[in-house]
Design a protein around this ligand. Structure first.
Ligand code: FMN
Length: 406
């Protein structure tokens, strides 16, 4: 069928074949070394068959101490070959199945407050945060000192070179969901060169973007997944005013800088999945109706796109409309809210959704994501993440063992 979703878009000399983005979705299933595990490979080969124009690889650590769990992907000298082999296989599979190679972007991350490299919290934080730390006062908090921060860009530079070697087309310097760089955005009260003014609060993030840009050849995209707003109270949240309303003034200043640095495509997200999950991913079993969450994401993304019409914007949170997700994605693109439609949970539940839509003009009710967030429950219980409902043969046993038994 003919749909705007199937139109190509040129970004940074790549002809991206359609508007579908598979958003980064952690599977927590790497080898302990950080290399590609068996389930990682299975997931990404399913994604490669999907026909999506962009496959945005999940959060991948640039350092051991910054891993969110002992099975988070970690790119380093020892694991790079496993990434290279998977990326090549994905491109081959997509070429055979779909007649083109997708653009594959890797999300480089530093987990900061959510670091659990050995399975228990080892938080590295921008500042102490009463709101976050309530009930968790005894965790071994380490403040990332200015000297420590100065070492971080080198880790990004090394990881970026390895990502290029592995065959990725682009690199995302992740700045969202409360992880280290996003947390620095709200370090209003921190002293020194990484806190206080917006220039200081973005220093670490921009240093790492510059390091990545300098490390890779020009053919590679450098992009970012950016929290437009954290949606929790000032002074702990970024992108909110003192009355806790969303205020995108500083977000726009950041995007202006990113554009000056040559960034052509930005993946917009919001909220913090640890503190208020339904803001980040509208779902069924939440204190807020998912449609309200969807509307919030719509408004924020639209405001940013209309302020930066030349930047290609990827939207987030598109799984919630379920069977109507594709029509909703078409609406967003037709209304110029975004250029690319980003899907998260749907990719776990129903990776062939885009192909089904092109073939049948609709999604299969029996296959769509139920927005029940069982994938997150799996992740939070310390095991591998996937869809225990739609991909039950593989993931229901983990759900029974790690969630239901507990
Ligand atoms: C299990 C799980 C893992 C996720 N992993 C990542 C990740 O690695 N990086 C990231 O930026 N977002 C991650 N997200 C957020 C998703 O990319 C997406 O923004 C969110 O699920 C909302 O989109 P959706 O409604 O299409 O699911 C994850 C979400 C879930 C549920």
């Amino acid at each position: 069928m003919s749909t705007i979703l199937n139109e190509s878009v040129k970004v940074h000399n790549h002809n991206i074949r359609n508007r579908i983005v598979f958003q980064p979705m952690e599977g927590c299933d790497s080898e302990f070394s950080g290399g590609i595990g068996e389930l990682t490979r299975r997931r990404y080969l399913r994604f490669a068959k999907s026909g999506a124009g962009i496959i945005w690889f999940e959060a991948t650590a640039v350092s051991g101490e910054g891993r969110a769990n002992p099975r988070q992907l970690y790119i380093n000298e020892k694991t790079v070959e496993s990434f290279r082999s998977l990326v090549a296989e994905m491109k081959q599979v997509s070429l055979e199945e779909n007649g083109f190679e997708p653009v594959i972007i890797v999300q480089l991350t530093y987990s900061g407050r959510f670091s659990k490299p050995n399975g228990t919290p080892e938080p590295i934080v921008a500042y102490r945060n009463e709101l976050w730390e309530k009930g968790k006062e005894n965790q071994p908090y380490i403040i990332a000192t200015d000297d420590y921060c100065r070492t971080v860009s080198e880790k990004y530079s090394i990881a970026a070179k390895l990502a290029m070697e592995a065959g990725f087309d682009g690199i995302d310097v992740k700045c969202c969901h409360g992880y280290l760089f996003d947390e620095f955005l709200s370090a209003y009260e921190r002293d020194g060169i990484y806190g206080g003014s917006l220039e200081n609060r973005t220093r670490l993030y921009f240093e790492c973007i510059d390091a990545v840009k300098n490390a890779v050849e020009d053919r590679m995209f450098v992009t970012t997944r950016l929290n437009a707003c954290d949606c929790f109270p000032y002074p702990y949240g970024f992108g909110v005013d003192k009355n806790n309303n969303i205020d995108l003034t500083e977000t726009k200043q950041i995007i202006k800088k990113l554009v000056e640095k040559g960034m052509e495509i930005i993946d917009i997200t919001l909220g913090n999945p640890y503190l208020i999950p339904h803001i980040n991913r509208p779902c069924t079993n939440a204190p807020e109706d998912g449609n309200i969450g969807l509307e919030r994401i719509y408004k924020v993304t639209k405001e940013l796109k209309s302020s930066f019409p030349d930047v290609k914007i990827v939207s987030s949170g598109l799984t919630f409309p379920g069977e109507a997700a594709m029509e909703y994605a078409e609406k967003l693109i037709n209304e110029n809210v975004c250029d690319f439609a980003g899907f998260g949970r749907m990719t776990f539940a129903y990776p062939e959704f885009y192909k089904d839509y092109l073939k049948n003009g609709r999604l299969e009710r029996s296959k769509v994501c139920l927005k029940c967030s069982k994938c997150t429950e799996l992740m939070r219980s310390g095991t591998v993440a996937g869809c225990p409902i739609r991909d039950s043969e593989v993931y229901m046993p983990y759900y029974k063992e790690f969630v239901l038994k507990k």
